[in-house]
Design a protein around this ligand. Structure first.
Ligand code: PLP
Length: 376
């Protein structure tokens, strides 16, 4: 059957700001400033102010942001970096690419994120850092996680690729995800909370030295033209993408509000359905719902997904397999801390429903009524 709704509707979102986007792209073409330049500098300034850090260094994508952030920690090869196995692969991939060893920790089955107790239990004398992922738009419990990190001198990198604009109450103050740990990394992949029209990413930090080194590292390790003090990479945000992001930054709060509203409608309409568990919102947390991910009980997830598809409703499984069970990662250095029961269970239960900024109440009503019909 023909799809009656998009999983992520970028067409309608873009249509509303098309003239501004076109003007910005035209400026780039006219100026021929395609690499670096004013649009990139302006975006970095805007983004740092929004997230609440001293520095923003734009890079080629979110995966590079994580890799570069890890390289800035100057860890001994093989040092342990704690991370979830229930996440997009880029997190573990960056750790191994940086010559470090991922330590997989279980996540909570209600927040989908690493929690402080499991994090602390996984720490050994070899543990030097952790990449805490804020999955599906919700920040992990950063207040207690930062206390554990301080106690054990573990550096925290936040992966807020899915949670641009999310916030968490840290010592009585709402702080944006990406500004709480030592370094924050995000992605501007089109479907993220703030997406460009291609690949893009950024690193956020208050640390002047890390910022200076990351900026050089992302540009071939170059500070002065054709002078190299370190071996770097080429990872830059295109000026055209920065221009698009400058336009979209003006609307990002309204985008997040639209996601929160859609989530609240879903929650209301699905509250009586017995066969599923709707996502919980942790206290002291501003959830941004990059995804609205339900858990389907009694092994019915794949059946429900097929039923929705027959009715023109797309859904996605984020993520079908834990990273620690994938061939490439089984064969690479790693450690599993405790057990990963929730991770393995969630991979069999989760189902992400259509979620974007253009989701009206009527279509959510249609989607949820089909879900109710399935369970009748
Ligand atoms: C999207 C994503 C990344 C990687 O971002 P890219 O820009 O696609 O490289 C990393 N971590 C998480 C959790 C993500 O969702």
């Amino acid at each position: 059957m023909q799809k009656i709704v998009e999983m992520c509707d970028l067409k309608r979102q873009t249509a509303k700001i098309r003239s501004e986007i076109d003007a910005s792209i035209n400026e780039s073409i006219e100026s021929t400033a395609f690499i670096k330049g004013a649009k990139v500098a302006e975006f970095e300034k805007n983004a740092a102010a929004y997230i609440g850090t001293k520095h923003c260094i734009s890079v080629g994508n979110g995966t590079d942001a994580l890799y570069i952030a890890l390289m800035m920690l100057n860890l001994a090869p093989g040092s342990e970096v704690i991370t979830p196995s229930f996440t997009f692969v880029a997190t573990a991939e960056a750790i191994l690419r940086a010559g470090l060893k991922p330590v997989f920790v279980d996540v909570s089955d209600s927040s989908f994120n690493i929690e402080a107790d499991a994090f602390e239990a996984a720490i050994t004398p070899d543990t030097k850092a952790a990449i805490i992922v804020h999955l599906f738009g919700q920040s992990a419990e950063m207040d207690s996680i930062m206390k554990v990190a301080k106690r054990h001198s573990v550096d925290i990198i936040e992966d807020f690729c899915q949670s641009f604009g999310a916030a968490y109450d840290v010592d009585g103050k709402m702080k944006k995800a990406g500004s709480i740990g030592k370094i924050g990394c995000t992605s501007f992949f089109p479907s993220k909370n703030l997406g460009c029209f291609g690949d893009g990413g950024a690193i956020f930090t208050d640390d002047d030295t890390i910022a200076d080194n990351a900026r050089a590292f992302a540009n071939h390790g170059m500070r002065v033209k054709y002078t190299y003090d370190s071996v770097g990479v080429n990872s830059r945000l295109d000026a055209m993408q920065a221009g698009i992001l400058n336009v979209k930054m003006k609307y990002v709060d309204s985008y997040l509000e639209a996601r929160r509203k859609a989530a609240s409608t879903y929650r209301k309409m699905l509250s009586e359905v017995d066969g599923i568990i709707v996502p919980s919102e942790k206290e002291g947390c501003l959830h941004t719902y990059n995804q609205f991910t339900i858990r389907v009980k009694d092994g019915k997830r794949d059946e429900l997904k097929a039923f929705l598809e027959e009715n023109g409703i797309p859904s996605m499984i984020y993520y079908p397999y834990p990273i620690h069970q994938q061939k490439a990662y089984l064969e690479s250095p790693h450690r599993i801390a405790g057990n990963l029961c929730n991770t393995e269970k969630l991979c069999k239960e989760v189902l992400s429903l259509p979620m974007h900024t253009e989701l009206e109440e009527g279509i959510i009503e249609t989607i949820t009524s089909k879900i109710k019909r399935f369970f009748e």
